[in-house]
Design a protein around this ligand. Structure first.
Ligand code: ADP
Ligand code: MG
Length: 699
């Protein structure tokens, strides 16, 4: 005679509840041959379910040995036992345990996901599930969800699911317990027919003797022991049907264990499909969970873009100032800026500039300017602008480039030539877009001057001042012919329209010409900026005869330091923005974790069921992880789209460059995936760590 399908030798199962040992099974020995139809009866608490769990490889016996198809399954590891459940065993439960909001055919096909030998293609799986449903007489209802089926129909879907992998043994624990009498008999007839016509070995637990009468052997249990094991002389007759042979002959368990698993690719697809299905069943919740990551990623990308835009703007500003520059302004530097009042005069002169140029070793170039607001005129156009009398080296030192024509040279300055270089805004105001200004004669404070060049645009300062609203003329020309002698007694207020000065005790004792509004010093290198500041201060204090302890009547400002400060503060700002956005991403991740934890609790029975039909722990872990990552990545991608759109909108509407950084996009994507893995791992591990029997019993 061939190997029995089941051989139990002195099997016991003891639960430890506190200090008490509950002997759910004591010394059970049992043999079931292939093709048998066995009913297990007994009072509630007699150990029937415990026995079924042991037989179904869901639980391990505390003592004794269990051979399934000749294999000592107690020795097998978790993956092998899962594979046996998947391919050799079918489970039917009292409470059906179908996945809610999932069609009958999808429920039936579920075990194929976890079967190593299952068909690879989705269509083949669907075909097989359809055939199993037909066998159970549910061909018409394959698209109905459990909620749309009667109890009997649901149980038949569950039986079809148990049969899908052509198991050698079907275990049914009180399959009729939730059904009315008539439906109970239908289900039993179905099981009997599967046994008679398709050779499926069936073990069914029941309370009722008329249900047990379908089987050809009845085992009775009491207090964890088998008290009787009787052949049923006259099993209830079941009319034969013509549909025999739909289930293939049983394979051997050894074959099932030896068979290799799916390829990694198919495995991955299956996990993602299961995760998608789960997310799809809870659309609203999934969408809301994604929202956190969505907002986080969108904010991250937009904030980085805004921060970089600001950074970029500051850097442009700094570049337009010139490098290693120090500016000397008349008037003392106090806490609140330049101090001064009406009636004060400039304290700086050309001779100061020349002295610094001659005496300071750290300074490689010196330029200076005088300026005043005044009117320019061309034809019938007139425009009030800033008129600057500059030393010829001032424009190159401060990064003013000539766009067309030429700049002011030394000869122009020496001869006080009536030439002018105009800024872009002045060109636009006086000449419009079409007229070429080079060579034209314009009036600068009523002095006719020839336009020799146009300055390239520098744009606005961070404070919104238009830097291009300017005309430049040679310093000597300005002093002698246009702005007049910059005598403190006559033009002090005008001269200092931009930097009000403190009262100058030397105003009347120094000579009346050669006053300047700004002196620019270029340090030889970045390292000599500080020495240049110190030397210029010393030289000017000496020349202005300022006593030790008294305030300077000028101020020296390190422009590159201001630039660096501005740059680093804008960088800090950008970092802060990104950090705040990252925090919202983390909050989104916590949202995912939270929802998954709820989901694990809510789906405890589903997890138990998945394990019963063959899912390994790693399958469950990966499925929940996949759900988390899918949630976060979908949210992340939507966030990237939103963030990019937002950045573009800022660029367009605010006119502020908000460059989209590829780094931020890639970072946002990777970050969201990482958030999914990080925050999904804990719930996923919790799900995978569940005990299958306890999960199935969970209410
Ligand atoms: P039946 O299915 O015949 O009603 P069970 O096999 O479910 O009985 O239970 C057999 C005995 O084991 C009962 O006394 C029950 O209280 C006990 N039992 C079952 N599962 C557990 C468990 N997880 N922890 C403690 N005791 C348990
Ligand atoms: Mg039970």
């Amino acid at each position: 005679m061939s190997e029995p399908i089941i051989r139990l030798e002195h099997v016991s199962r003891t639960y430890h509840v506190g200090d008490i040992d509950v002997h759910a099974l004591r010394d059970v020995s049992l043999t079931v041959n292939a093709g048998e139809f066995v009913a297990i009866m007994g009072a509630s608490g007699s150990g029937k379910s415990t026995l079924m769990a042991v037989l179904g490889c869901l639980d391990r016996p505390s003592g004794g040995r269990y051979f399934f198809e000749g294999i000592d399954v107690a020795q097998l590891g978790e993956p092998e036992r899962a594979r046996l459940r998947s391919e050799r065993l079918g489970f039917v439960f009292q409470s059906f345990n179908l996945l809610a909001r999932t069609s009958a055919i999808e429920n039936v096909a579920l075990p194929l996901f976890y079967a190593a030998s299952g068909p690879e293609s989705a269509t083949a799986r669907t075909e097989r599930a359809r055939a199993a449903l037909k066998l159970l007489g549910l061909g018409e209802r394959e698209n109905n969800t459990p909620g749309q089926l009667s109890g009997g129909q649901q149980q038949r879907v569950a039986i079809a699911r148990a049969l899908i992998n052509e198991p050698g043994l079907l275990l049914a624990d009180e399959p009729t317990g939730n059904l009315d009498t008539r439906t109970s008999h239908e289900i039993m007839e179905t099981l009997a027919r599967l046994n008679r016509e398709h050779g499926v070995t069936v073990i069914v637990v029941t309370h009722e003797s008329d249900i047990a009468a379908y089987a050809d052997r009845t085992i009775t249990m009491r207090d964890g022991e088998i008290v009787s094991d009787l052949r049923n002389p006259k099993p209830t007759k079941v009319p034969l049907t013509a549909a025999a042979g739909a289930i293939a002959p049983a394979h051997r368990a050894a074959g099932a264990i030896a068979r290799h698993t799916h390829t990694a690719w198919a495995f991955g697809r299956m996990i993602v499909a299961a995760a998608l299905q789960a997310l799809h069943r809870n659309m609203m919740r999934s969408a809301l969970t994604m929202l956190g990551v969505f907002i986080g990623v969108a904010a991250l990308i937009a904030m980085v873009a805004v921060g970089q835009g600001a950074n970029e703007a500051v850097r442009k500003q700094i570049e337009s100032l010139g490098t290693n520059l120090v500016v000397v302004l008349p008037g003392a530097r106090t806490m609140g800026g330049a101090r001064g009042g009406f009636g004060s005069a400039s304290t700086l002169t050309v001779n100061d500039a020349i002295a610094i140029r001659r005496e300071s070793t750290a300074v490689s170039g010196v330029s200076y300017l005088i300026r005043q607001s005044g009117q320019t005129q061309y034809a019938n156009q007139n425009w009030t602008t800033s008129i600057q009398g500059v030393s010829p080296n001032y424009p190159p030192m401060t990064n003013w480039r000539i766009e067309s024509g030429r700049g002011i040279d030394d000869d122009d300055d020496a001869s006080a030539a009536l030439v002018v270089v105009i800024g872009k805004s002045v060109q636009r105001q006086l000449f419009g877009e079409t007229t070429d200004p080079i060579g034209a004669l314009i009036q600068v404070k009523n002095v006719p001057m020839r336009v020799i060049g146009v300055l390239a645009s520098k744009g606005q300062t961070p404070f919104g001042t238009d830097q291009d609203d300017v005309v430049m003329i040679p310093f000597n020309t300005a002093e002698r012919k246009v702005l007049g002698v910059a005598a403190p007694t006559q033009t002090q207020a005008q001269l200092n329209w931009i930097y009000p000065d403190p009262p100058n005790p030397y105003a009347l004792t120094t000579h009346l010409t050669g006053y300047v509004n700004q002196i620019f010093l270029q340090a030889a290198s970045g390292a000599s900026v500080q020495p240049a500041v110190a030397q210029a201060t010393d030289i000017l204090r000496r020349r202005h005869r300022i006593k030790a302890g008294s305030d300077d009547d000028f101020s020296v400002r390190n422009l590159s330091q201001i630039a660096e400060t501005a740059e680093s503060s804008s960088r800090i700002m950008a970092l802060l923005l990104a950090a705040v956005a990252s925090i919202s991403l983390v909050v989104g991740g916590i949202g995912i974790m939270n929802i998954l934890l709820v989901s694990v609790t809510e789906r405890t029975r589903e997890i138990g069921l998945r394990m019963a039909i063959g899912a390994r722990r790693i399958h469950v872990l990966l499925q929940f992880l996949a759900e988390a990552v899918l949630l976060s990545i979908t949210g992340g991608i939507a966030g990237i789209v939103m963030g990019v759109a937002f950045s573009l909108a800022i660029s367009l509407l605010a006119g502020w460059a908000a460059p989209i950084s590829l780094m931020a996009v890639a970072g946002g994507f990777l970050f969201s995936a990482a958030v999914g893995i990080f925050f999904g791992y804990y719930p996923a591990r919790k799900a995978a760590g569940l005990d299958p029997i306890e999960a199935l019993r969970y209410e």
